[in-house]
Design a protein around this ligand. Structure first.
Ligand code: HEC
Ligand code: HEC
Length: 338
C-alpha cells in the first residue's frame, strides 16, 4: 500500500515538473507582435536632433549601458565621444546574461535594421524589435513625452553607423521560468505618456518630477525594492535598494569584488542625504563632481552633463516630496554571510 502511494506521488511530481517545463518552454519567448506601436515618426530637423543628443548623453543616460565594454563606460563617463555600439553583458545572477545592443544606424547590426515603429514600441512598451518581451524595468522610459522620445530616436538615427554584432541574451532555465511566470518581464500595457515634456525654463517641480520618474529614473534606484522582483517595498525615493556586486566593474577599479551598495534616502528628511544640499547650487555642484564611489551604478557621468535648469527642477521636486524617515545604513557594505 505504502509503496503504491509512494509510486503515485512520484508519478504526480514527475508530471507536475514536466508540465512546468513544457509550459515554460512554450511561453518564455512569447511574441507580442500584435501590439500596436505608438504613432510617432523620427525627424531630421537639427533642433530636434540637438534636443535628442542632450537627452541621450545626459538625463536619459543611454550611454551608461549601450557601450561595448567597461573601459568604454569609463571613457564615456568622462565625456569622450564613445559610439553607442553596444555589447556589454549585464549579469543577471541565476537568470542569465543580457547584452546591450548596437544603437548606431548600422544596417546589419544596429537600429538601421528597424522601422521607427519597432524602435518606438521598444521604448514605449518594452517589446523588442523581434516581437518578444524585453525586461522593461531595464529601460523605464515608457512615459517619456512624445516630443522627447521623437528627439531621442531622431538623434540615434543621425549618429555615425558602426558595424558591431552583439551576442544574443543567455537565459538559464530559471531565467526562462521567471520570464514566463512573473509580471516583471511582461510588456507595459498602457504607458499613458504626455504629448509634450514640461519646458526646461523656467525650472519647475513639474519638470523635475517628469525627469526623476520617466527620464533620469531616480525613482528606480532610490526606492527600496525586492532585489529579485524589483517590487517597491517602501515609500518612493526613500532609498535602501541594494546592489549586488558586479565583479567585473569592481575589478576594473581595483576594488574588493564583494562590496555591495545601497541607495541613500533622497526625500527631504533632516536625516537624508538631501540635508547636505542647502541650495540648488550645492546640488548642482555635487552633480558636476561626478562619481565619488568609483563602482557606483548611478549614472554620474551622463548626469554631470544635465543643465543647471534641469538639476534645479529635480532639486525642487525632491524637496517637494513628503519627508520619509528611513535610516538606510552604510552605503557601501558587505553581506554578513560573505
Ligand atoms: C540600464 C541599461 C540601459 C539603459 C540606460 C538603456 N538601455 Fe537600451 N537596452 C538595454 C538592454 C540590456 C537591451 C537589450 C534588451 C533585451 O534584449 O531584452 C536594450 C535594448 C535597446 C533597444 C532594442 C535594440 C535591439 O537591437 O534590440 C533600443 C532601441 C534601446 N535599447 C534604446 C535605448 C535608448 C534610446 C536608451 C536611452 C534613452 C537606452 N536604450 C538606455 C539596456 C539599457
Ligand atoms: C542606477 C541606479 C541609480 C540611479 C538611476 C540614480 N541613483 Fe543616486 N545613487 C545610487 C547609488 C547606488 C548611490 C550610492 C553610491 C554613490 O554615492 O554613488 C547613489 C547616491 C546618490 C546621492 C548621494 C551622493 C553623495 O555624494 O552622497 C544623491 C544625492 C543621489 N544619488 C541622487 C540621485 C538623483 C537625483 C537621481 C536622478 C537624477 C539618481 N540619484 C539616480 C544609485 C542611483
Amino acid at each position: 500500500m505504502i509503496k503504491k502511494i509512494l509510486l503515485y506521488t512520484l508519478a504526480f511530481l514527475a508530471l507536475a515538473i514536466a508540465s512546468v517545463f513544457i509550459y515554460v518552454s512554450l511561453t518564455w519567448n512569447k511574441k507580442y507582435d500584435d501590439w500596436p506601436a505608438p504613432t510617432l515618426k523620427t525627424s531630421t530637423d537639427s533642433a530636434v536632433i540637438a534636443r535628442g543628443r542632450y537627452l541621450v548623453l545626459g538625463p536619459a543616460h543611454c550611454n551608461s549601458c549601450h557601450v561595448s565594454s567597461i573601459q568604454d563606460l569609463e571613457d564615456s563617463d568622462k565625456g569622450m565621444a564613445i559610439p553607442l555600439k553596444g555589447g556589454v553583458g549585464l549579469p543577471m545572477g541565476p537568470l542569465g546574461t543580457i547584452y546591450t545592443r548596437n544603437l548606431t544606424p548600422d544596417k546589419n547590426t544596429g537600429i538601421g535594421r528597424y522601422t521607427d515603429d519597432q524602435i518606438f514600441r521598444m521604448m514605449r512598451h518594452g517589446i523588442r524589435p523581434d516581437g518578444t518581451a524585453s525586461l522593461p524595468l531595464m529601460m523605464p522610459f515608457w512615459k517619456m513625452a512624445d516630443d522627447d522620445m521623437v528627439a531621442v530616436v531622431s538623434y540615434l538615427r543621425s549618429m555615425e553607423p558602426v558595424e558591431h554584432p552583439v551576442p544574443e541574451n543567455q537565459w538559464t532555465f530559471i531565467g526562462k521560468a521567471v520570464r514566463s511566470l512573473t509580471p516583471t518581464f511582461k510588456p507595459i500595457e498602457n504607458p499613458d505618456a504626455p504629448a509634450t515634456a514640461p519646458p526646461m525654463t523656467p525650472p519647475s517641480i513639474a519638470r523635475g518630477e517628469y525627469l526623476a520618474r520617466y527620464v533620469t529614473n531616480c525613482v528606480g534606484c532610490h526606492t527600496p525594492r525586492d532585489i529579485t522582483t524589483f517590487e517597491a517595498t517602501g515609500p518612493e525615493f526613500s532609498g535602501g535598494m541594494e546592489f549586488e556586486p558586479w565583479a567585473a566593474l569592481n575589478k576594473h577599479f581595483n576594488m574588493d569584488t564583494t562590496l555591495w551598495l545601497r541607495t541613500p534616502n533622497i526625500t527631504p528628511h533632516p536625516n537624508s542625504v538631501m540635508a547636505k544640499y542647502k541650495t540648488p547650487e550645492d546640488f548642482i555642484q555635487r552633480f558636476r563632481q561626478g562619481r565619488t564611489v568609483p563602482f557606483s551604478p548611478m549614472d554620474w557621468g551622463p548626469f554631470s552633463r544635465i543643465t543647471d535648469e534641469d538639476l534645479t527642477s529635480i532639486y525642487m521636486f525632491l524637496n517637494s516630496l513628503q519627508p520619509v524617515e528611513h535610516e538606510v545604513g552604510d552605503i557601501v557594505f558587505k553581506k554578513e554571510s560573505e
